[in-house]
Design a protein around this ligand. Structure first.
Ligand code: CO
Length: 208
C-alpha cells in the first residue's frame, strides 16, 4: 500500500457514496448520533466498524493497545464522558481480541521501556486472576483466558466511573464485554454480569 493509493481510494469512495446518495456527506456533516461507544484494541486486524457491519456515524470509537481503560487515563475517561453525557450513547462495549499482542507482551518479561507502565495494567489483571490462570497448562488457552479477564476488568473500570453510574441510574446505560476471534472472524459476547458487578463495586466505588 503506497500512501498515494490511499488518496486514490478516497476519491473512489467519495464517488461511490455520492452515486448512492448525493447528500451523503452534507447529511453526515450536520451531526452524529451514535448509539454505541466501542472501546477496542488498536490492532490492525480488528477493524471496529467493519467487523460489526456498522456505517460511519453509528459508533463512537476509542482504541488503544489491548483495549485498556486505566482509571487515570485522561483520553479514555474523556471519551467515556463525551460519548455518554454529550452524545448520549446507550451502550458501552469493551471489545478485546484473541492473539492480542499487548496481552501477549504482558505475559512475557521483556523490558519494553515506555510500554512497561501500560503493560503493567494488564499484568495487574493477571495478578488478580493468577491462581486460576496458572492452573491452565496450555499456554494458548491461558492467553485466551487472560484476554477475557482483561475485557472483564476493563468493563469494571468503565462501570466504576461516576459517568456510567449516573447514566445507568438515569437512563439505563449498560456496559458489555466482547471478544473478537481473529482466527474465525466471530464476535463473542462474554455476557458480563453488569448488575452483579455494579452491586459488588457500589459499596466501594459508588458516587452519590
Ligand atoms: Co490487541
Amino acid at each position: 500500500m503506497r500512501l498515494k493509493d490511499i488518496f486514490d481510494n478516497n476519491r473512489h469512495w467519495v464517488a461511490e457514496k455520492l452515486k448512492a446518495d448525493d447528500q451523503y456527506f452534507s447529511k453526515m456533516a450536520r451531526d452524529q448520533h451514535p448509539k454505541l461507544l466501542y472501546i477496542g484494541c488498536s490492532d490492525s486486524r480488528v477493524s471496529a466498524e467493519e467487523l460489526m457491519g456498522m456505517a460511519p456515524g453509528e459508533v463512537f470509537v476509542h482504541r488503544n493497545i489491548a483495549n485498556m481503560v486505566p482509571n487515570t487515563d485522561l483520553s479514555a475517561m474523556s471519551v467515556i464522558k463525551y460519548a455518554v453525557n454529550i452524545l448520549k450513547v446507550q451502550d458501552v462495549v469493551v471489545c478485546g481480541h484473541y492473539k492480542c499482542g499487548g496481552v501477549k507482551a504482558a505475559m512475557e518479561h521483556a523490558d519494553l521501556g515506555l510500554l512497561n507502565p501500560w503493560l503493567r495494567n494488564i499484568r495487574d489483571v493477571y495478578r488478580m486472576h493468577q491462581r486460576e490462570l496458572n492452573k491452565i497448562g496450555d499456554e494458548e488457552q491461558r492467553f485466551r483466558k487472560l484476554v477475557e479477564h482483561n475485557v472483564q476488568e476493563q468493563c469494571i473500570n468503565v462501570i466504576k466511573t461516576a459517568v456510567i453510574q449516573r447514566a445507568w441510574k438515569e437512563r439505563g446505560v449498560r456496559v458489555h464485554g466482547w471478544v473478537f476471534d481473529i482466527g474465525t472472524g466471530k464476535l463473542k459476547d462474554l455476557k458480563i454480569d453488569f448488575e452483579g458487578i455494579l452491586d459488588q463495586i457500589m459499596e466501594i466505588y459508588r458516587i452519590d
